[in-house]
Design a protein around this ligand. Structure first.
Ligand code: ADP
Ligand code: MG
Length: 340
């Protein structure tokens, strides 16, 4: 009876996007991790997609923030609002009647204080049980990788604000590297490049569009072009220009280089037994940042290892949290913390 009523909830609390899975329903929320509040009173005005539209273009009295931007919780109150509002949104019945179990995927470098904030917020939203899981672990489970095996797997998760590289074996993260560089940094690099090379000012969301449309990490078979609108910094007027994928690759080179270096370092730090597993199985890339064209080719060239890209890299952390909830006894060993 309880099982029928109970809707377990799996959450990927990403730096860029938050996804919510409800058991029996699938992924019901997939929205930006953005919170908009009244600057004066602090009252939350909007979350998710609605709040993202306000980023960078809010009137003075509204402030829109990405509270997880750097992979750390910069703003506890906003994270709490984001979590509670999203949990409430997916519940048809008052939560206190159902008291779902909730698993939240969080960056593996999360501090104790941050863990408590996530747990408290979920409990206050009505959860019966809250568990945390490191995102690379959840991603691996979501991809169907047998994390219980003794044989190691390397996962690279490139998100908005962070990239995580983890070697997983026997339900644990054996070797782990976090860097505060991800897709956002690529956007900033494109903004800077256009300023320097073309005296042109664009916003970060235009930069993100450029990255997705013509961004790359390796020479393309057919190079691409894109028309971009911005402001001429000298004349102060709007201007339009055509950018090429070669140029944008140059703009992204430094950021991509940091990710490549981190992967190399992680490989060096991997215990030899597990390295030989990775030589056989290769590396799996996930997270929205892994969709940059040619990043797989680049990593293949740099590491001489097989690099696998998966079809839906932006949902596997959330799918993993859902999978854990289906078989929580099996996956208990992967959970970071639990309260009852
Ligand atoms: P997080 O887990 O940190 O919330 P996501 O896995 O949702 O991050 O990835 C978000 C990042 O992926 C953003 O920086 C976004 O610009 C980038 N991204 C999404 N799609 C693409 C794409 N097609 N090409 C390049 N980058 C992409
Ligand atoms: Mg993520």
């Amino acid at each position: 009876m309880f099982g029928l009523l109970s809707n377990d909830i799996g959450i990927d609390l990403g730096t860029a996007n938050t996804l919510v899975h409800v058991s029996g329903k699938g992924i019901v929320i997939n929205e930006p991790s953005v919170v908009a509040a009244d600057r004066r009173t602090g009252k939350i005005i909007a979350i998710g997609s609605e709040a993202k539209q306000m980023l960078g273009r809010t009137p003075d009295d509204i402030i829109a923030v990405r509270p997880m931007k750097d992979g750390v919780i910069a703003d506890f109150k906003s994270v709490e609002s984001l979590l509670t509002k999203m949990i409430k949104k997916v519940q048809k019945y008052p939560l206190f009647l159902l008291r779902p179990r909730i698993v939240v995927g969080v960056p593996s470098g999360i501090t104790e204080v941050e863990k408590m904030a996530v747990i408290d917020a979920s409990q206050r939203a009505g959860a019966r049980e809250v568990h945390l899981v490191a995102e690379p672990m959840a991603a691996a489970i979501g991809m169907g990788i047998p994390v219980e095996d003794a044989s190691g797997n390397m996962i690279i998760d490139i998100g908005g604000g962070t990239s995580e590289i983890a070697v997983i074996a026997l339900y644990g993260i054996v070797c782990d590297a976090n860097l505060r560089v991800g897709g956002d940094e690529m956007d900033v690099a494109i903004v800077d490049y256009l300023k320097k090379a073309h005296n042109m000012l664009i916003g970060e969301s235009t930069a993100e569009q450029i990255k997705m449309t013509i961004g790359s990490a390796f020479p393309l078979k057919e190079e691409l072009v894109m028309e971009v609108k911005g402001r001429d910094l000298i004349a102060g007027v709007p201007k339009t220009m055509t950018l090429t994928s070669e140029e944008i690759r140059e703009a992204l080179a430094e950021t991509i280089g940091l990710i490549v270096d981190a992967v190399r370092k992680a490989l060096e730090n991997t215990p030899p037994e597990l390295s030989s597993d990775i030589v056989d199985k290769g590396i799996v890339m996930t997270g929205g940042g892994s969709k940059v064209r040619g990043l797989d080719d680049r990593l293949r060239e740099e590491t001489n290892l097989p690099v696998n890209v998966i079809d839906d890299p932006m949902v596997c952390v959330c799918k993993g949290t859902a999978r854990i909830l289906e078989d929580i006894d099996k996956f208990r060993k992967v959970l970071m913390a639990a309260t009852h």
